[in-house]
Design a protein. Structure first.
Ligand code: NCD
Ligand code: ZN
Length: 344
């Protein structure tokens, strides 16, 4: 069996910087035509100049055929800052991180009542808001507790497109259906795994991310929505490479690395459910409809020939353990693609 996917887009991607960028970015560019790039570098990308410079470094790492839609880390930017950002054609939106809830989010938002001016300008300019939706509560309840914030944002700013990033629960899906200005992304790991996979047996650091994978009924609800072609649910891998030494240590960093084979794994998932016809919308069509994206033309042919996930991705002095390291997945890209060296 084969399927051709036109211009796949990853709606939530961490590309990092320096050596890790040089390792990770080409691996995304092998199968994706473009991605929405997260701004949580250290220091975070908060203004137009830093964003343009970062986009140039991404371009240098993966070439002109991969389009990075750039985001700014939401602080208290006003009209002047947003106008400067908007003059850059790859500018996409602002990412809101509640302070301290995930990797490199220390400079995020502490009080939601203090960002009204920024949100009002974004609404006026038609700039989307992307949100890491977690409270600081008990880890399994953080997304559910944050839903009240989404609800109030959706009501206060009806003209603002608000993306609930990497949703993990059935409750978030129900909220998505309540407000037309809400959209959502979902990752591969939240479609495939639950807390049992992460911590039910031997701990699997390569599956640890924020928000953590949830309950079986949440995973099932997310799968049903993705596989049935929910028009406001988009694929965002949240692929977030961390050096192996920061994952397999005391104090495992949050982030799952999936970019090199995310599309192949999704094809397996959709094929298994008999829903391959909905994959194109999930990985590209919905984002094009919602945001009017025009990604570079790229055709990726996927086939049901098994692919062996390397134990480690290595290059430029970095090494990253991917999700499902050393395992086989049922689908692959039909022609081998050149890329960084992989071991194992
Ligand atoms: C991301 C990272 O490592 O940058 N980590 C993660 O667990 N998802 C940040 C994020 O998106 O939360
Ligand atoms: Zn992320």
């Amino acid at each position: 069996m084969q399927i051709a996917i036109e211009s796949p887009i990853d709606m939530h991607l961490h590309l990092r910087d320096n050596a890790m960028l040089r390792l990770a970015a080409p691996l995304s560019a092998e199968t994706f035509a473009g991605a929405v790039v997260m701004p949580n570098l250290l220091p975070p990308v908060t203004d137009a100049a830093a964003m343009e410079a970062y986009a140039r470094r991404i371009g240098a790492a993966c070439g002109p055929d991969f389009r990075p839609w750039m985001t700014l880390f939401l602080k208290d930017q006003g009209e002047r800052e947003l106008l400067a950002a908007r003059s850059f054609s790859n500018f996409f939106g602002l990412k809101l991180y509640p302070a301290g809830v995930t990797t490199n989010s220390g400079g995020g938002v502490l009080r939601f009542d203090r960002i009204g001016r920024t949100l009002a300008v974004m609404q006026e300019m038609g700039v989307p808001l992307l949100v890491h939706g977690e409270s600081r509560g008990f880890v399994m309840d953080r997304e559910r507790e944050f839903l009240a914030v989404y609800r109030s944002l959706a009501e206060q700013y009806p003209g603002l497109t608000i993306s609930m990033e990497h949703i993990t629960t059935a409750a978030a899906l129900r909220l998505l259906d309540e407000y037309e200005n809400l959209v959502a992304t979902v990752t591969l790991q939240h479609l495939l795994f639950t807390l049992d996979d992460l911590a039910g047996g031997l701990l699997r650091p390569e599956l640890f991310c924020k928000p953590v994978v949830k309950r079986p009924e949440d995973r099932e609800a997310l799968c049903e929505a993705a596989l049935n072609g929910h028009p406001r649910l988009m694929f965002g891998s949240d692929s977030a490479p961390h050096p192996r030494s920061n994952k397999e240590c005391l104090g495992c960093a949050a982030g799952v690395f999936t970019a090199p084979f995310a599309l192949q794994r999704l094809a397996g998932l959709f094929a298994e459910a008999g829903r391959l016809e909905n994959l194109q919308a999930f990985v590209s069509g919905n984002a094009r409809c919602i945001y009017g994206f025009a990604p570079p033309v790229k055709r990726v042919v996927l086939t049901d020939v098994p692919f062996h996930i390397p134990a480690l991705y290595r290059g430029f002095g970095e090494s990253v353990v991917p999700m499902g390291a050393g395992e086989w997945i049922p689908w692959s890209v039909s022609a081998p693609l050149p890329g960084a060296s992989a071991c194992g």
